[in-house]
Design a protein around this ligand. Structure first.
Ligand code: F6R
Length: 240
């Protein structure tokens, strides 16, 4: 793992955006694996700015997101589709039909997981996968468990995840209890992985992810086994 240490979250966002920037310059038709959440908003702002300046072109880019809540749709302001439209897609020249997320309103959730898994395969591999880190060590919505879940699957969100994500909802009871997420194998197959982490509250878990045992109890620890991971983290996250 390569660790890029930054002074603060702004610098983390710029440095992580630069990794995506250089990939898109060398491969304009790259497949990007994307994440949602608070940590990566600044990175998307940097990409939008570069696109508006004419330095980046998203016309051939394809994106595939890590996860989506079950039970809410694209019109719902808390859905990850809505987040992606707002924080990136509507502000760059990407084709909407090239942006993929699981459908949280699918009638048959296990069929939707299989469909999304096949879709990821059909894209021919993710060139760069962006990840944030949950306070409990989750990546995507791969929550601490007894075993690593490999492919796209439905998951019951951890109480700690529901609590952490309640800040985005009017009421904690509004946070969906289930999600569809890429599995660890989908993530580990990406050619390159960029993990962004910011803030003192993540320092303990980041330390376990980087230097602790590799265990499904700390899902992010599996990244120690990937050949091409760049961790972009600020001083607060690295030192606590
Ligand atoms: C979001 C996702 C999650 C978040 C993680 C960190 O698509 O898959 O793993 O990356 O929960 O969220 P923030 O950045 O809000 O702390």
């Amino acid at each position: 793992m390569k660790i890029i240490r930054t002074k603060n979250s702004d610098e983390m966002s710029r440095k992580a955006a630069n990794i995506f920037f250089s990939k898109l310059i060398s491969k304009p038709s790259a497949v990007l694996g994307l994440a949602t959440g608070g940590t990566v908003v600044g990175l998307y702002k940097n990409l939008i700015e570069s696109c508006k300046n004419g330095d980046l072109d998203f016309s051939e880019v394809k994106t595939v997101n890590l996860d989506e809540y079950v039970g809410i749709g694209s019109e719902n302001g808390q859905s990850y589709r809505y987040y992606m439209d707002n924080n990136l897609f509507n502000q760059v020249n990407i084709k909407r039909e090239n942006t993929y997320l699981p459908n949280g309103l699918a009638g048959d959730i296990s069929a939707e997981c299989a469909r999304y898994n096949e879709l990821i395969e059909s894209l021919g591999g993710i060139d760069i996968q962006l990840l944030g880190l949950g306070l409990n060590g989750h990546i995507g919505f791969n929550e601490p468990a007894d075993a690593f879940a490999s492919v796209v699957h439905a998951v019951d969100l951890d109480e700690s995840t529901i609590e952490a994500n309640a800040r985005f909802f009017a009421d904690k009871n509004d946070v969906p209890k289930k999600a569809i997420t890429m599995g660890i194998q989908n993530i580990m197959r990406a050619k390159k992985i960029v993990l962004c982490v910011s803030g003192k509250q993540k320092s303990k878990i980041l330390n376990e992810v980087l230097f602790g045992d590799i265990t499904p109890r700390v899902p992010g620890s599996v990244l120690q086994l990937h050949r091409n991971v760049i961790v972009v983290a600020d001083e607060d996250a690295l030192e606590g």
